[in-house]
Design a binder for this molecule. Structure first.
Ligand SMILES: [Ca+2]
Ligand SMILES: [Ca+2]
Ligand SMILES: [Ca+2]
Length: 368
């Protein structure tokens, strides 16, 4: 496992600032990217990288650092199963699942490593599971027992992908998960690895792509051009708003080709950590993201935990999208995002005022 000295994080921030300057001076021209091969060998089609853009870190399981934002610590406690019901009730999941369950719909999850043996995930995994970090077909990641990035948290990225997959399946219990590992066991990844993962999702004809953990400050680079091409090819890309707690979205969450997802709490109030942009056009969407309860653990540890973050809200909305696509497989990204935005209940700020231009997803409204 490659170690990640802290100066690389500084490098990431520097590139982020550089990219911000580029954006102020005008958006780069969109490069058309097409995909014609039916082969599943993605690497030969990757664009040449002129520089290594490193995007931010996943919220660690230890919490408490800056960068892409700290969220609450995942806690393993089987007595907290009532939180599952809380989430289901807010989403009206049981009622919605009488109409659709996501059957036949594939959601590619670009994230940290997965526990594919977790009981909640078994039977839901696409044959096109992929690992863009190792360049192999096994996206499982147990961690290496070493704190490679010296942030005081050993293997801080392990468990995150599993938890997101559990959220997708909470909203769409019969969906197919295409697990794609694009982050190492500390939660870090490079843009070329995300590009690699996106192309693999495209080649496998995923219906939906779920990208989590992206910060408002991460440099997106060529990723936005690739996503524009994927949208034109009929793939719907849903991105977490990020956990920086700022009134802004990152380039990836803000771009017109993705749907950005923020977090709400048990009272449908925007979570303190959730990025939010009430000027986003078209608007973002909210979903429960505080104290969610779901699949966690490594292949040696099939536990569940509760955890908070926009990544997990994003998983719920990708599940909602799977319900809609089961009912109408031809839905374009534009039509799908419009449908989801219209399938919401009011969400509020911490003063009790209705958030403008957004709402909290309601699964029953998606299928109704
Ligand atoms: Ca691997
Ligand atoms: Ca670490
Ligand atoms: Ca490690």
């Amino acid at each position: 496992m490659t170690s990640h000295p802290t100066n690389l994080r500084w490098l990431g921030l520097g590139l982020g600032a550089l990219l911000a300057l580029v954006l102020v001076s005008g958006a780069p021209a969109t490069a058309a990217i097409t995909l014609s091969s039916t082969s599943l060998s993605a690497r030969s089609l990757l664009p040449v990288q002129t520089e290594e853009l490193r995007y931010g870190k996943l919220p660690p399981k230890g919490g408490g650092h800056g960068g892409s934002g700290a969220t609450m610590v995942p806690v393993v406690d089987e007595d907290l199963l009532f939180m599952v019901q809380w989430t289901r009730d807010h989403l009206q999941a049981d009622e919605a699942h009488q109409y659709a369950t996501g059957a036949g719909v594939t959601v590619a999850i670009l994230d940290g490593g997965f526990n594919l043996a977790h009981p909640d995930l078994v039977g839901h995994i696409s044959p096109y599971a992929y690992d863009a970090i190792d360049g192999d077909w096994d996206p499982e990641d147990l961690g290496n027992g070493f704190d490679d990035d010296f942030d005081g948290i050993t293997d801080g990225g392990v468990g995150h992908g599993t938890f997101v997959a559990g959220m997708v399946l909470l909203a769409a219990p019969d969906a197919i998960i295409q697990p794609i590992r694009i982050r190492d066991d500390e939660g870090w990844g490079f843009n070329h690895e995300m590009m690699d993962g996106l192309i693999m999702a495209w080649k496998a004809r995923a219906d939906i792509v779920n990208i989590s953990g992206y910060s408002a400050f991460d440099p997106a680079g060529e990723i936005v051009d690739l996503i524009a091409s994927m949208r034109a090819a009929g793939i719907r890309v849903i991105v977490s708003a990020g956990n920086d707690g700022v009134g802004a979205l990152g380039e990836l969450a803000h771009c017109p080709d993705t749907l950005a997802v923020g977090s709400t709490d048990t009272d449908d109030v925007r979570a303190w950590f959730s990025n939010f942009d009430d000027h986003a056009v078209p608007g973002m969407i909210m979903a429960p993201g505080v104290n969610l309860y779901g699949a966690y653990g490594t292949p040696d540890d099939d536990s569940s935990a509760y955890w908070s973050g926009t990544s997990f809200s994003c998983g719920l909305v990708s599940g909602a999208a799977a319900l809609a696509i089961q009912l109408d497989p031809a839905l374009s990204a534009t039509a799908l995002f419009d449908l989801l935005r219209q399938s919401t209940d009011p969400a509020f700020d911490d003063e009790g005022l209705v958030l403008p231009g957004t709402g909290r997803i309601n699964l029953l409204k998606v299928v109704d």
